[in-house]
Design a protein around this ligand. Sequence first.
Ligand SMILES: [Zn+2]
Length: 377
Amino acid sequence: MKPSDYLFDHHKNMIEDLETLVTMETPSGSKILLDRCVKYLEDYFRDNLTCTVNVIDNMNAGNNLLIRFNEESTMKPILILSHYDTVFPEGTLKKIPFSVSEDGEMARGPGIFDMKAGIIQGVWALKALEKHGKMKRPVIFLVTSDEEIGSGSSRELIEGMAKEAEAVLVLEPSLNGNLKTERKGVGEIDITITGKASHAGLDPSKGASAINEAARMIQFLQALNNPDAETTVNVGTIRGGTARNVIPGEAFMQVDFRIVEEDEGRRIMKEARLFRPKDSRVRLEISGGVNRPPMRKTDATGRLFELAKRIGREFGRELRETSAGGGSDGNFCAALGVPVLDGLGAVGDGAHSEQEVLDVNEMPVRAAILERLLEEI
Ligand SMILES: [Zn+2]
């Protein structure tokens, strides 16, 4: 079978849409910028597709966009997940303006790979599906505002939609085009250590060093790494103290952990709470836990991947499956028992870095694969 002519014929239009979207900066923290982008997407969907568009107001982050297609169908819907926030601060566009290389193969711009090209590919896959009259199931397209900061304000919405879904397709980017059927769970711990400050020269015995206990605790936490279970623990930040000649009264640490097994999350939290300072005057405050549960591969996920693999071959692509150390909103859905296929978005490299780059020629191919998936599931 030939790749979808409609999508290849509109490759140029896809790139134009992508330029518009990338040129609107959307750092996770800026509600004004985020809402401006949502307004653009809202109008775009209304003007170009047959769908119901709902803007879900969000007090604490950018608004979320919920688009429904083919609502008349009584079949279980397919949920498509995407996010329009990026890790890049406002002003990055000046440094890395939207650009396509001279040979037309690579494009750059803040968030182009993670995951604005994925959104555009999704939009065009739906356009093609509509054009070809092949939409069988209802499709729910979610475009959320806070994936890069843990999805605190969109998690409930995502889980609510996923519960009803036959399958969840996630438009996160992909290196080499590989699809993700497993992701590690992600946990966060915040630690505040409170000792007692005193003069380091005049009154050292009156002080209780928070930094000294922090140093001990770092060793304790790093020892919770468990390669056999693929659990990783990382004390990522530490700060504390006020001056060279003061016994430090306070210290703070931020810890990240990644797990394959749910039990490991409980073990890490339990053990972290078992740490006891040597100096009884020092107090600890520990908060956090597992934020995104691990995304496990199930038989249903396996069948979904096999289908994608078969479709990939229609377009001369050999899709492989990988597991990822990073989490996504797919983790929330997989924990509900719904089959999730992730990494269906843009092909490129350098996510979250200024070297981020998009493979332009893969855009219509990826859109075509998505279109066929929506048709076949
Ligand atoms: Zn992403």
